[in-house]
Design a protein around this ligand. Structure first.
Ligand SMILES: C[S@@+](CC[C@H](N)C(=O)[O-])C[C@H]1O[C@@H](n2cnc3c(N)ncnc32)[C@H](O)[C@@H]1O
Length: 217
């Protein structure tokens, strides 16, 4: 189910969100660029659904080679930022909740989710994975990227843990405004355990700052 605090946080953060991609840590930069290069090849010629697309950072990179992209997010503020970019392939922006997607069954070759899975409540994995499978063609692919703890720097500490084992962390906007949002981290083994019952894991890249996974429906 959509998480109000998380949505409000990202709405308020939309204009400053992309700064996370431009912090001056060379290894971090290298990892992100390698992931982007990899993704560009994966999406070549495909119809893509980019869920929780945010400001369109990954959307824009995929647009270099993808055939078509539907980029969906629940936040009008994020979509406004995303629309400011130029895209090399037809790209449609859709305001949508990823728990009730408005797309026809089996209409996409691949779904991408950048930095979403760490916000996904553990008790709703089942519901979430079923939602993902619906708009995807048979043998369709799912790609996710997310961060390991090192990428969070000073924002690492958990404020609390709930009964399902979800962690909650403090986040501050540039104005100083504080939010507490659900943010989970995973080991490589935990990721395998979570996804293997639902999908075939084609590839798992687990690096210092980021992990990414490629799943087959
Ligand atoms: C960490 S940002 C990721 C943005 C982008 N994918 C990226 O990698 O840069 C998470 C995004 O999820 C969106 N979001 C939060 N709850 C959502 C929901 N229930 N349905 C769709 N999008 C949601 C937020 O508005 C935000 O843009």
């Amino acid at each position: 189910m959509a998480d109000r605090e998380l949505i409000d946080y990202y709405r308020a953060r939309a204009a400053e969100y992309e700064q996370i991609y431009y912090r001056h840590v060379p290894e971090r930069r290298r990892e992100i660029d390698e992931q982007a290069e990899d993704l560009r090849e994966l999406v070549r010629g495909k119809d893509i659904l980019d869920l929780a697309c945010g400001t369109g950072y990954w959307t824009q990179r995929m647009a270099r080679t993808a055939s078509f992209i539907a980029a969906a997010d629940i936040s009008a503020e994020m979509l406004r930022e995303a629309r400011k970019k130029e895209y090399d392939t037809p790209t449609a922006f859709v305001m949508a909740d990823l728990y009730s997607l408005p797309f026809r069954a089996a209409s996409f070759d691949m779904i991408t989710l950048g930095f979403w899975f760490s916000h996904q409540p553990k008790q709703e994995y089942d519901l979430f994975f079923r939602q993902l499978a619906q708009p995807l063609k048979d043998d369709g692919l799912i790609w996710m990227i997310d961060n390991n703890p090192l990428a969070e720097g000073s924002q690492l500490n958990s404020v609390r843990t709930d009964v399902y084992g979800n962690n909650y962390k403090r986040r501050y906007l540039q104005t100083g405004e504080e939010y507490v949002i659900l943010k989970n981290h995973f080991s490589e083994d935990q990721l395998k355990e979570i996804f293997a019952p639902y999908f075939t894991i084609r590839r798992l890249v687990f690096r210092t700052y980021y992990w990414s996974i490629l799943l087959v429906k």
